[in-house]
Design a binder for this molecule. Structure first.
Ligand code: ADP
Length: 189
């Protein structure tokens, strides 16, 4: 299976690139952020539990996130591969994902990191706020999300580096050029 982790801070362009990758490689896209937002919209029990956390840009506890993720993977038994977008965001999540996939005789093939500096991230999210309607796209919340990324999520990178699976791609530039670099990295794996 072609399982890929798409990694990067809020506003790095993960959603845009994920959409292009799933089309080209016929993959299933699992975005934990999208799943949480769907639960909130549908006012499920899980949605009610996580709403305040999302609204404030705080990470949802690992156990809750991991359970939801595994359930979503189980719904796609015939997938040729999965793009994990927004997951894992902590080392325990990365370990849980490895354990879960290996119990299915599968694993992560490659981790693609979209590298974008903080100044550019803030500029992009300010733009996105105008159209996204996302409560967590306002300035204070954004600062919190970027903090969560630089305090907690970056620790996932050495985890995958240690497994020799990490590729860093410059996330600033033309969408097509970035896409080309992601594809060539997948094709050489
Ligand atoms: P971003 O655009 O900031 O990368 P996402 O759409 O991926 O945002 O996630 C939005 C929010 O959902 C996060 O701020 C966090 O509250 C929650 N969330 C998403 N994925 C995870 C995860 N893997 N672990 C914990 N919380 C998560």
């Amino acid at each position: 299976m072609l399982n890929i982790v798409l990694f990067g801070p809020p506003g790095a362009g993960k959603g845009t690139q994920a959409a292009k990758l799933i089309e080209k490689y016929q993959l299933v896209h699992i975005s934990t952020g999208d799943l949480f937002r769907m639960h909130i919209k549908e006012q499920t029990e899980l949605g009610k539990r996580v709403k305040d956390l999302l609204d404030n840009g705080i990470l949802v506890p690992d156990s809750v996130t991991i359970d939801m993720l595994e359930e979503e993977v189980q719904k796609n038994p015939d997938a040729k591969g999965i793009i994990f977008d927004g997951f894992p965001r902590t080392v325990p999540q990365a370990e849980a994902l490895d354990a879960f996939l290996s119990s299915k005789n599968s694993g992560i093939k490659t981790v693609l990191q979209l590298d974008v500096n903080e100044e550019e991230l803030k500029r992009r999210i300010a733009e996105r706020r105008k159209i996204s309607g996302r409560a967590d796209d306002d300035q204070d919340k954004l600062v919190k999300r970027i903090d969560e990324y630089f305090n907690k999520t970056v620790h996932v990178l050495p985890y995958y580096q240690g497994q020799n699976k990490l590729t860093v791609v410059n996330g600033i530039g033309q969408i097509e050029d970035i896409f080309g670099q992601l594809c060539s990295s997948i094709d050489t794996e």
